[in-house]
Ligand binder design. Structure first.
Ligand code: C2E
Ligand code: MG
Ligand code: MG
Length: 647
């Protein structure tokens, strides 16, 4: 057991008008043996080892009147060496009596322990209590004094003072520890540990308060800016997370710098930045006088954030995309406002990054429409809302149909027919494209198998479009093979079309998959050729049998010589690489004859036929088969047909 007090020197004040009494106290309390004797008694009583510490020593001061005693107590307090105990005589004419003195002493030093010394009872205990209040700091000592009693009181009361004081110190320490920890936890809960910026919780709270203030005073305008770094992921992946972290710290420092120096904002708007995701930051600009101040801050952020960052030995360049929304729109909650800033930020990214976009409410409608569409699309396959239409692919030389391209349509329950241009990108984004792609292939295979069982149509082929997202689907090749087999078709009956951009996204992977598809015996075509960014030098690496010239070239081929030259070059290139050619989107007779003269083999377009529902496509194919053996659809001098791309 540890002693409550290590303090051996204890200060005692004696206030008595009889100075002889002062000496009695000094004598009694200066006995050297006092401490150890008492310590030993305590040891016996409380069971701890006798202390080896030196004996308790008392420093005795004395005063002969209450007010003089008070002066000593006050001085002791000022020096920071307070008395632990005062022995106060009850009667001290002509000055204050004991009770008066004690109440004054406690005003100066509320912790002072007091023993009141009485010869006979001037006051009853009840009277004393009624004057001084109920207290455990006061004991009565009756005259004549007993030495042992004085010693015990002196020791016990000073000890009590020390113990109380130490408990007070401990308590204070505990309280400040609790306060400190609470502050730390609060800091952690509301701040991002890496950058020290406020986090989303903090930001939401601040924004909620700002929205409420704006409700009371609409002249007080504010804005939220959503920042997303354009190249952060690349930095993280290529240089590692440590560098990524350091970059984020520098970004945070710059943000703080820009917002601190918000003096370029005329009205001295208040800026707070928060980190709310990997490389996502929010800025709240509060107290703007005009909405366009937010634009100035966005412009400034764009330029400051785009300056190269020096991290360790690396110079990192990264621009930022910013979405802005302001209190010009009636926001009721932080979530709505952050959501809109986020939407605008995505617009900024989609528009080419390194820019800001200000949110407008139409965007919100678009977002809602998209969400609704997304939900509907998830049901489309299961609810049997997809259809295929078939567009003939025709030989330019003979005018004979050589096959069909299967094109998907979505029969939306309320919106009517939705074009693939409007839902394929969404399906790619939400992953539905895999299910849709399988449905299309299966449906096309089953239809084609029916057609091929009819007279003269035994070698008809169908082309199916393959999305770039299907290329990364792990069991794609196996699935394609299964579906074709299940329909009872030879793999040569199905052609697949893939855009050049889809191949270029991850060329090595794409080439591997395309080789596997080719090895199944399926012909591949590059779709929309000329619109992508494949370099002509890679073309020979792609295991394809033909290319489809994009309709944007065909559109202009007759009235723009530049386009004609490009198409001519593509035709020459295809011939040299022994690739078949299909011209897409042929709409006029002039386009048709020009392409034929250039030496293009096949064509597809409204000039020949629009995409047709399956029953009409079949009728078309049958009429063509009939013509094949006698009449011709288009005047042509050819009897010997060229080797077909599609058969
Ligand atoms: P694509 O594969 O290049 O298909 C050709 C598109 O051109 C079709 O549009 C077709 O209707 C249209 N077209 C044909 N002839 C003409 C013409 O003379 N003039 C004009 N202006 N257009 C013509 P569609 O059916 O709207 O398909 C658009 C795109 O959607 C397709 O382009 C293809 O990339 C994608 N797509 C269509 N169906 C599927 C599918 O089943 N799966 C996948 N992954 N994508 C599909
Ligand atoms: Mg196509
Ligand atoms: Mg195309």
């Amino acid at each position: 057991m540890k002693r409550a007090s290590d303090q051996r020197l204890r200060r005692i004040l004696v206030i008595d008008d009889n100075e002889a009494i002062h000496d009695d106290f000094r004598k009694t309390l200066s006995r050297k043996s006092l401490g150890p004797d008492l310590d030993d008694d305590e040891a016996l009583l409380f069971g701890y080892q006798p202390a080896e510490t030196p004996p308790t020593e008392f420093e005795i001061n004395a005063a002969s009147q209450g007010h003089l005693g008070l002066e000593l107590v006050e001085a002791a307090m000022r020096e920071g060496r307070p008395y632990q105990l005062a022995f106060v005589d009850m009667r001290m004419p002509p000055g204050w009596d004991g009770v008066e003195t004690i109440s004054r002493l406690w005003e100066a030093d509320p912790a002072l322990q007091v023993v009141i010394c009485t010869a006979y009872s001037d006051y009853s205990w009840d009277q004393i209590v009624s004057k001084l209040g109920t207290t455990d700091q006061l004991l009565i000592l009756k005259k004549p004094f007993d030495d042992a009693e004085v010693c015990q009181l002196a020791f016990a009361m000073t000890e009590k003072w020390l113990v109380t004081q130490q408990a007070g110190i401990k308590m204070g320490e505990m309280e400040s520890l609790v306060d400190r920890r609470t502050a730390e936890l609060r800091e952690m809960a509301l701040h991002d540990m890496l950058t020290g910026l406020p986090n989303r919780l903090f930001f939401n709270d601040l924004l909620a308060r700002t929205i409420a203030l704006h409700g009371r005073d609409p002249r007080r305008m504010f804005a939220v800016l959503f920042l997303d770094f354009d190249r952060f992921k690349i930095v993280n992946d290529s240089l590692g997370h440590q560098i990524g972290d350091k970059l984020l710290i520098s970004i945070a420092a710059r943000l703080r710098g820009v917002l601190r120096k918000a003096d370029f904002v005329a009205s001295m708007a208040d800026g707070t930045a928060a980190r709310v995701g990997g490389d996502e930051f929010l800025v709240l600009l509060d107290g703007m006088k005009q909405q366009h101040e937010a634009i100035r801050v966005a412009e400034r952020l764009l330029s400051v954030m785009a300056e190269p960052y020096e991290v360790d030995d690396h110079t990192i360049k990264s621009t930022v995309s910013i979405g802005v929304t302001t209190s010009a729109l009636p926001y009721a909650s932080p979530d709505e406002m952050i959501r809109d800033a986020d939407t605008a930020m995505y617009r900024a990214k989609a528009a080419g990054k390194n820019r800001f976009v200000v949110f407008d409410s139409r965007m919100h409608e678009n977002v809602l429409a998209r969400l609704a569409m997304e939900n509907d699309l998830r049901l489309a396959v299961d609810d049997d809302q997809l259809r295929l239409v078939y567009q003939p692919i025709v030989s330019l030389e003979s005018g004979c149909v050589r096959g069909f391209e299967a094109l998907v349509r979505w029969q939306h329950p309320t919106k009517g027919v939705v074009s693939p241009l409007d839902f394929i990108p969404l399906a790619e984004e939400i992953g539905m494209i895999v299910a849709i792609g399988e449905w299309v292939l299966r449906e096309a295979c089953l239809e084609l198998a029916r057609w091929r069982s009819l007279p003269d149509l035994g070698d008809l082929c169908v082309s199916v479009n393959l999305s770039r997202k299907q290329l990364v689907c792990p069991n794609l090749v196996e699935r394609i093979n299964d579906i074709i087999q299940q329909a009872g078709l030879p793999t040569s009956a199905i052609k697949l079309e893939i855009t050049e951009n889809a191949i270029m996204e991850d060329m090595d992977h794409a080439v591997t998959i395309l080789n596997q598809i080719r090895d199944l015996g399926i012909d591949l075509h590059i779709d929309d050729f000329g619109t992508g960014y494949s370099s002509l030098s890679c073309l020979h690496r792609f295991p394809v049998v033909g290319i489809k010239i994009d309709r944007s070239f065909i559109n202009n081929v007759t009235d723009n010589p530049d386009y004609a030259a490009v198409v001519n070059a593509i035709v020459t290139l295809a011939k040299n690489l022994r690739l078949g050619l299909i011209a897409e989107g042929v709409e006029t007779v002039d386009q048709m004859s020009m392409l034929r003269d250039m030496g293009c083999d096949l064509a597809q377009g409204y000039y020949f036929q629009r995409p047709l529902p399956s029953d009409q496509a079949l009728v078309y194919a049958q009429s063509q088969a009939g013509m094949n053996s006698g009449m011709r659809l288009h005047e042509s001098n050819s009897g010997a047909s060229k080797p077909s791309l599609l058969h």
